[in-house]
Design a protein around this ligand. Structure first.
Ligand code: TYM
Length: 315
């Protein structure tokens, strides 16, 4: 029996190279290793906390599905689906709500951040980790490839599985996060974590001009040492052994270094962007992938949900 892998991305805007190197690249590699039964999800109900406009949501979902296929996810090898097509996710999230305390969830980083910024927090944002625990635990998942920012969510999923098992008897497998150390936190153009909410991203399918603009906006310090922010992004695209030499030869020449980075990013992006453009001409086939994936995921969760319902006594 193959081990089970599940991961997901929220359809909240354009995917960026932080998503790619932190998570999506691993999705493709692990899928192609053929060692896992893979589930790749579009976390649209999570995304609803941020995108509350039907047209925008629809576009984001179909764009993310296109991204998945363009980078090499393959519906013959993996189940590619959207969360909202599988009602068991929200159903299980509710069950988890009932065994989880409010003080426990107030320790979640995302909640604490929102609170610190004095933002109004929706119940959906507060409960976000419960839905994510349901996503993961429903499939008896063994590993969850993600970036560092999701680590706590996976710990919450583990705690929730253990708690449920304690109360109702052995039901859930305890999943492991898979986080690759040197890409756990991909920096953005300002040196902070690359994030849509910071406006410091380089889109994964950026056009050439956009790549130039993003790279030119990378913040460089005024000294003559290593331009760290440029270097830290550059090392995603070229082996460090080569980079060290280039950065020594062109020490202090920030414009020249940025030009090399622009070329390296263009070389990386252009083939996948081309593939994506081709796929976009046949959007129906992408909808079909999601539809079939949703059906597969749904049938997979039905047995598990039944087992859970028996355990809690509602069956
Ligand atoms: P999301 O949509 O914020 O991000 C998708 C993936 O990209 C990773 N990532 C990064 N990795 C390294 N450096 C960065 N700068 C960077 N920015 C983003 C994230 O860690 C993530 O792996 N809650 C999840 C979506 C989700 C999910 C799940 C994931 C819902 N259910 C179940 C796994 C399993 C999220 O918001 O990811």
């Amino acid at each position: 029996m193959k081990k089970i892998l599940l991961s997901g991305i929220q359809p909240t805007g354009r995917a960026h190279i932080g998503n790619y190197f932190g998570a999506m690249k691993q999705f493709v590699e692990l899928q192609n290793s053929l060692k896992y039964q893979c589930y790749f999800m579009i976390a649209d109900y999570h995304g609803l906390n941020f995108v509350q406009n039907a047209e925008e949501m629809k576009d984001n979902i179909s764009n993310l599905a296109l991204d998945y296929v363009a980078i090499g996810l393959d519906s013959e090898k993996s189940v590619i689906f959207k969360q909202s097509d599988v009602p068991a996710h929200t159903e299980l999230a509710w069950i988890f709500d009932t065994i989880t305390t409010m003080p426990y969830l107030t320790r979640a980083h995302a909640f604490k951040d929102a609170e610190l910024k004095n933002k109004e927090i929706s119940v959906g944002t507060f409960n976000y980790p419960m839905l994510m625990a349901a996503d993961i635990l429903l499939y008896n998942t063994d590993i969850v490839p993600v970036g560092q920012d999701q680590k706590q969510h996976i710990e919450i999923a583990r705690d929730t599985a253990e708690k449920f098992n304690r109360i109702f008897g052995e039901t859930f497998k305890i999943p492991e996060a898979l986080i690759i150390k040197n890409v756990a936190v991909v920096p953005g153009t300002d040196g902070r974590k690359m994030s849509k909410s910071y406006g410091n991203t380089i889109p994964l399918f950026a056009e050439d001009q956009e790549i130039e603009k993003c790279v030119m906006s990378i913040v460089t310090d005024s000294g003559s040492g290593l331009p760290e922010n440029v270097y830290n992004i550059h090392k995603l695209f070229r082996p460090e052994a080569e980079l060290i030499k280039i950065y020594a030869d062109k020490a202090g020449k920030y414009k020249a270094l940025k030009d090399i980075l622009i070329e390296d990013i263009k070389t990386f992006i252009s083939p996948i962007r081309e593939r994506r453009n081709q796929l976009e001409k046949n959007k129906d086939s992408i909808s079909e992938i999601l539809k079939k994936g949703g059906e597969k995921a749904k049938s997979k969760t039905e047995t598990k949900l039944l087992e859970i319902k028996k355990k809690i006594g509602v069956y």
